[in-house]
Design a protein around this ligand. Sequence first.
Ligand code: 1HN
Length: 350
Amino acid sequence: MHSISSLDARTAFNQDIAADRLVPLWDQLHSLVPREPARTIQAALWRYRELRPHLMRAGRLLTAAEAVRRVLVMENPAIPGRASITQSLYAGLQLILPGEVAPSHRHTQSALRLVIEGRSAHTVVDGERIPMAPGDFIITPSWTWHDHGNHQEGEGGEPVVWLDGLDIPLLGFLGAQFAEEHASEEQPLTQADGSSLARYGSGLLPVRHRVRSPVSPLSHYPYERTREALHALLRNGELDPWDGIKLRYANPATGGWAMPSIATCMQLLPGGFQGRTWRSTDATVYSVVEGRGDAIIGGQRFAFEPKDTFVVPSWAGLSLHASEDATLFSFSDRPLHEALGLLRESREPV
Ligand code: 1HN
């Protein structure tokens, strides 16, 4: 291509305009508007077998109250220092030991919990105590008071670990972060145990329920029920060649996603399943609830086992293979892609 000025003249120009807080677009146009999603983050897997000893060591290092939240953040290795597993989402594993309380607070960031191990803990969301069992999906909506607790040792107390997924990087990007501490360590209980499930978790709604918020009024989706639904569909033989059997968590009042900024799903891959490759624009985090297999992400193979976490970048090809019946929880920022008309998905060979 013909140049009308020298490289030196252009460098001098760039330096001169920098003093006026200007940069030329032409040096970065192609990286600002790539032909397809840039590989900002990378595929990665966190083996629970390796991570758990670090979490238990953190348990000996400081109390939950001292830490406020005793969490090991799973950072995407391509963007260290940003507490991000994808460009928009945060993921960490939280430990609470018998007798501990993680003090009550609220923030504009929305949180999901996927229970990894232990049965003796609970979380309190907006005055309702929600029990935690492995595989349960629990929602902490934006700006709701929440604290966590665990039974005393000797009363069936055991270490409890769950996966936290939050829209922290997204809210940072939007400049929409607010937070407050509750006056008491534990908020008062104002709802009877099981209220949310009874009102919203059986295909029924309170007769005068009105939708006032984009978040699901159901805050607890017990794994027992999710698992039963997936296995019933497997017995019926309704297998998708890409997904196996995949259900999304729904807001029972609207049919939309359970959370406004985070899509959540659970899928079952029967033993021997060799899923086909697909891709989508929403970078996705997977947590293995049961079973073993392989995730092939962008051509790279990651062997997974129960309680492992892995992340699939935007537009990277993914295929899932199971050597035994496997259930995978997953979450992404898909609701935003959909709301903005940006979601692209392809089931064509990559
Ligand atoms: C938070 O409030 C929790 O409530 C977990 O359990 C992880 C990460 C960053 C900021 C707030 C929780 C968090 C968090």
